[in-house]
Design a protein around this ligand. Structure first.
Ligand code: KIV
Length: 271
């Protein structure tokens, strides 16, 4: 990014244009500088500093424990690396749900301390006041409906959401509310493909699916999952584009062997 241009090439406005043109949106998570550089240079449109950092970076079982300070650390590292993609940061659990003033303070901290482009929040009608207050401060908001992992203790399972009529109807209503409030996009996680396609047709802003089928305007995956670093996680929706677990295990094993046998460093690898 040049000094003159602090606005990245992909903006929220451009995402809406992409939807209108039928151009699919590619989104991936990143949590650190080195990974974000690769992801950005490879042409990903939106980089999500997801609270899945709680799982893949910090080793927690759920996304619930991650704090605002931890998210800010990850987001800062990502933002330093990114030249083109729009950077969206998850507001973590407990920083926006109950009180719209607290929600605004949390979002302002993210924007000021990380220089990211937008925040993402899980939920519909129940968080609408917080969403509206953050939007009214000029901070772009992305919604997140369907399986909302911050509510795992309420759901009790990571199974597909909104299979039942009542939950599906609420999801459609929530999507409309978020879109009408001014959210620039909505992540739809683990819901039937037909429902995601219906929402995508009914709202003017882009939908980004994860386990929500090909009818969405874009797709998102957790980078550790799609690179095959995370061996034990194999939901049906996940496509593995690499087996980095095997590649990294092989590299580290050979390194250990070389050190133990004195094969590393060699003549050419010392001063
Ligand atoms: O935290 C995250 O990585 C997410 C994606 C799964 C959409 O919210």
């Amino acid at each position: 990014m040049s000094v003159e241009s602090t606005v990245r090439a992909v903006t929220t406005y451009r995402l809406t244009e992409m939807k209108q043109r039928g151009e699919k949106i590619a989104m991936l998570t990143s949590y650190d500088y080195s990974m974000a550089r690769i992801v950005d240079a490879a042409g990903v449109d939106v980089i999500l500093v997801g609270d899945s950092a709680a799982n893949v970076m910090a080793g927690y079982e759920t996304t619930v424990p991650i704090t605002l300070d931890m998210m800010i650390y990850h987001a800062r590292s990502v933002v330093r690396a990114v030249e083109r993609a729009l950077v969206v940061v998850d507001l973590p659990f407990g920083t926006y749900q109950g009180n719209s003033k607290v929600a605004l303070d949390s979002a302002v901290r993210i924007m000021k301390e990380t220089e990211a482009d937008a925040v993402k929040m899980e939920g519909g009608e129940e968080i609408l006041e917080s969403v509206q207050r953050i939007l009214s401060a000029g901070i772009p908001v992305m919604g997140h409906l369907g399986l909302t992992p911050q509510s795992i203790h309420k759901f009790g399972t990571y199974a597909v959401r909104a299979r039942e009529e009542a939950e599906a109807a609420k999801l459609v209503r929530d999507a409309r509310l978020l879109s009408e409030a001014g959210c620039f996009g909505i992540v739809l996680e683990k819901i039937p493909a037909s429902l995601a396609a219906q929402v995508t047709r009914e709202i003017p802003v882009p939908t980004i699916g994860i386990g929500a089928g090909g009818g969405c305007d874009g797709q998102v995956l957790v980078i550790h999952d799609m690179l095959g670093i995370n061996k034990g996680f194999s939901p049906r929706f996940l496509r593995r584009y690499a087996d980095l677990h095997a590649v990294m295990t092989d590299a580290v094993t050979r390194y250990v062997g070389d050190v133990k046998t004195g094969g590393f460093p060699g003549e050419q690898e010392q001063y």
